[in-house]
Design a binder for this molecule. Structure first.
Ligand code: ADP
Length: 822
């Protein structure tokens, strides 16, 4: 754009020398690729010529290019700078990164070092742990060796002692009256010394067993009334003889029972009582039980937390214990005064054992005593056993728990906490209630019977073990008992036997739950009826209905089939009483007619009748389904030929046949089947029964097999058994025993030693039981080895009963009587 006529007021052009107003101005756009890059404005004092214009035109074109390239260069330069800047930034960042990296590496290094350290430490710990483990193993092994050693030692000591005791007693009794009084005295001294030695061995064994933790606690419900009675009984006589008062007291309002190990508790109480009597000359002894709120050591780990605590106290008015001796009397072999030991005898182990037992049961013993005034030992126990106390503290001021390590070992056995229990009605039972005791270890089954029985109007008691069942039966005298044959601690047969031997429980109808094979056996032993397992609800229902009807108060009916009037009179005199009706039948026909029309509970049958023989009557009864369960007692004065005897026994498969030979036995047998309450019988009849049960009549002529590898024992046992009129067979090995049994069918009972070389007693019993015909042969296991679980092992192997060696003669005979009574 060319402007020629510029107004005069146009801005003048100035230089150093002049100032003039331009004449022409030219404005030129600088283009590059049609975009204006710049505008050049030129002023001129003269006019622009055409060549000027052409030149300028060309120039602007090149200027456009130059400008553009300058611009591009500048841009590139800017970018370059930028990128350079970024690069430096990157570099610094990289540096920083490198630094952190280095730091990290350093840390990692440290960590690794620490790791190594930790690993080293770990290894050390592991080593220590292993060492500890080894030590523990060693310890366990030593303690195992120790208890095994003790058990074996006790076996070795007791085995010869057994003969000394048994024979000493025999000589002392002087049955043949051929010893001089002096010789008898010697024999008694031998027996007495042997007994002392035996007690000492048992005490030492006891103490070390508790210390090594091999004593198990079998917690069960223990009823105070029964317990006090039981522990007090042996002392009554002594109290009377020595004119000491003996008081037994249970606090009113105290619960009926506690849960603990009854045997151990009895052991402690008996020991305290025997001390009390030993150290008391005048005054008396008092045994009491109460609920306790305090009085035990405050920091006792179990009593402190127990929901309730019971205190058994044995107090005497004897010589007392000086204060400074009150701690040491609890130590083994310690007595208050060396002098007393001479005067009073004893070993000083009793209290040590009691203290250990108390802590095993989760409690403790406290002592208060004043010289010449008397002593009071109090045993505190949690009402429900929870496990042993870990630290044990005894005397009032607390003693060093020096045996705590051994006690801790003992806690291994604490797992044996009372088993699950079904809620039964034991707290609501009142006199006059119909009560059914269910002895059954299968919880589901027990619950099912429970429900059914409650529907029928029974109150129920449930025992899961045989011992508990027996305790409940003695405590509550239930109306009826439902008894399973397979129980964890003993066979139902054994429970039945015990029930039927105890005058207090003998009359209670017992319904056995079993497979059919034991039926005849059970009926003969006084079981009321049988329910075959598995049962249906209807079957159970009917069985309960039957037992209920039977147990409802009514007079029992006895039929006597006997033609001789004199005999009828005697029987009436012998059996008749207010509780039963006796009906007589003179002939077999009349008897059969009567049992078909009326309901009888038991029949007494003479074998010689005018119209038919007793055998025929029996056969007819057997063939009538409704009468096949009717208990029949065969009563005959006739000496049975072996043929007749066999015939009676063949009939016994369907009828209960009794060979009754004496009036006492007739009374006994009929009372059993009529479920008569023995304690309600007139005193002279009770006496008759008592005499019968104590007599050895049941043993006379019976064959007993004595299995023992020690000939001295065989000799000692045989002489006792033969004196009771038994025929003794002997075997020195298990094999021999089995052979003897197989070749002699009428062995009535077996005494089985457990420790025998080659085939031990357990194995022998198992083999014997495999033979169906010996399934119910009573086997009494005898063992001197006193290891934990022996009893269970014996029962498991098939023993009917278990006696510890050396056998006490009386105990052995009473066990034999019990098993052979019928
Ligand atoms: P032992 O009676 O066999 O000697 P114990 O361990 O039962 O052993 O008793 C230890 C000692 O404690 C006894 O010797 C006696 O000195 C003392 N003692 C225990 N009970 C009584 C008591 N009721 N009265 C007086 N002293 C007692």
């Amino acid at each position: 754009m060319l402007i020629t006529d510029l107004p005069p007021d146009t801005m003048s052009i100035r230089s150093g020398l002049f100032e003039a107003v331009p004449r022409n101005v030219i404005v030129l756009p600088v283009l590059f690729e049609d975009r204006v890059k710049a505008v050049i404005e030129l002023a001129s004092l003269s006019t622009f010529t055409a060549s000027h214009l052409a030149f300028l035109e060309q120039l602007t074109a090149s200027i456009g290019i130059v400008l553009n390239s300058i611009e591009a260069t500048m841009q590139t330069e800017g970018l370059l700078k930028q990128s350079q800047q970024l690069a430096t930034e990157l570099q610094t960042q990289q540096k920083e990164l490198q630094q952190t990296n280095e730091q990290l590496a350093q840390k990692a290094q440290q960590l690794a070092e620490q790791n190594v350290e930790v690993e080293r430490k770990n290894q050390e710990i592991e080593q220590a742990r292993r060492a500890l483990e080894d030590k523990a193993k060693e310890l366990a092994l030593t303690s195992k060796y120790k208890s095994e050693f003790l058990a074996n030692m006790s076996h070795e000591l007791r085995t010869p002692l057994n003969s000394i005791l048994v024979l000493g007693q025999q000589l002392g009794d002087n049955p043949d009256h051929n010893l001089t009084p002096k010789q008898v005295e010697y024999a008694r001294t031998i027996h007495g010394a042997g007994t002392d030695l035996l007690n000492l061995i048992s005490d030492i064994l006891d103490l070390s067993k508790i210390e090594s933790g091999t004593v198990s606690v079998e917690a069960e419900e223990v009823f105070f009334a029964g317990l006090l009675e039981m522990v007090a009984r042996p002392f009554r006589h002594e109290a009377e003889n020595r004119r000491l008062s003996f008081e037994i007291h249970a606090e009113p309002g105290l619960d009926r029972s506690c849960v603990t190990d009854s045997k151990r508790l009895q052991q402690v109480l008996k020991n305290l009582l025997s001390n009390a009597f030993k150290f008391t000359e005048q005054g008396g002894v008092r045994l009491s039980v109460r609920a306790a709120e305090g009085g035990w050591s405050e920091d006792h780990p179990i009593l402190r937390r127990a929901a309730s605590v019971v205190a058994f106290e044995v107090a005497d008015t004897g010589i007392g214990i000086p204060h400074e001796k009150q701690r040491i009397v609890f130590e083994a072999f310690q007595q208050a005064d060396a002098g007393t030991s001479r005067k009073y005898g004893g070993t000083g182990l009793g209290l040590a054992i009691s203290r250990e037992l108390a802590s095993l049961l989760g409690g403790e013993i406290q002592l208060r005593s004043e010289p010449d005034k008397g002593s009071a030992f109090t045993l505190y126990l949690p009402q429900t056993y929870v496990g042993p106390a870990v630290a044990n503290i005894s005397v009032t001021e607390g003693r060093a728990a020096q045996s705590s390590s051994t006690i801790q070992l003992a806690s291994v056995s604490a797992a044996e906490i009372p088993a699950e229990r079904i809620l039964d009605d034991r707290d609501q039972v009142q006199s006059g209630d119909a009560v059914l005791l269910i002895v059954e270890d299968d919880l589901h089954y027990a619950r099912a019977i429970c429900d059914l029985a409650r529907d029928k109007g029974f109150k129920v008691l449930v025992a899961l073990r045989g011992t508990e069942g027996l305790a409940l039966a003695r405590e509550f005298h239930p109306t009826a008992i439902s008894l399973d044959v397979f129980l964890p601690d003993m066979l139902g047969w054994t429970v039945l036997n015990h029930l039927k031997q105890d005058p207090g429980t003998r009359h209670i109808p017992v319904q056995m739950l079993t497979l059919d094979e034991g039926r005849q056996h059970g009926l003969a032993r006084g079981a009321f009826s049988f329910v075959t397992k598995p049962t249906t609800p209807e079957g159970l229902d009917a069985a309960l209905e039957r037992i209920k009807a039977y147990a409802s108060p009514r007079r029992k009916k006895l039929l006597v089939i006997e033609d001789d009037p004199a005999e009828q009179f005697t029987i009436q005199e012998l059996l008749g009483c207010d509780d039963i009706d006796v009906v007589f039948a003179d002939t077999g026909t009349e008897g059969l007619m009567l049992v078909r029309t009326e309901q009888f509970d038991c029949v007494v049958l003479d074998l010689r009748l005018p119209d038919m023989s007793g055998f025929e009557v029996l056969e007819q009864l057997r063939d009538t389904p409704s009468l096949s369960d009717l208990p029949v007692v065969v009563f005959t004065g006739k000496e049975l030929s072996s043929e007749e005897d066999a015939r009676l026994h063949s009939l016994a498969r369907s009828v209960v046949v009794k060979g009754v030979e004496s009036p006492e036995r007739l009374l006994d047998e009929t009372a059993l089947f009529l479920h008569r309450v023995i304690t309600n019988l007139p005193p002279e009849k009770q006496k008759m029964l008592d005499r019968l049960h104590r007599s050895d009549e049941a043993l006379v002529g019976k064959k007993v097999l004595v299995v023992d590898d020690d000939v001295r024992n065989i000799f000692a046992l045989s002489s006792v058994l033969e004196r009771s009129g038994m025929t003794v067979l002997t075997a020195e090995t298990g094999r021999e025993a089995i052979e003897t049994l197989e070749s002699t069918p009428d062995v009535a009972i077996t005494l089985m030693d457990i420790m025998m070389p080659e085939m031990d007693g357990y194995e022998t019993m198992q083999v014997i039981r495999q033979n169906a015909s010996f399934r119910r042969l009573p086997i009494i296991a005898l063992t001197a080895k006193a290891m934990k679980g022996d009893r269970e092992k014996c029962l498991e192997a098939g023993a009917s009963e278990y006696l510890a060696k050396p056998v006490n003669t009386e105990q052995l005979l009473s066990a034999l009587r019990m098993w052979l009574h019928r």
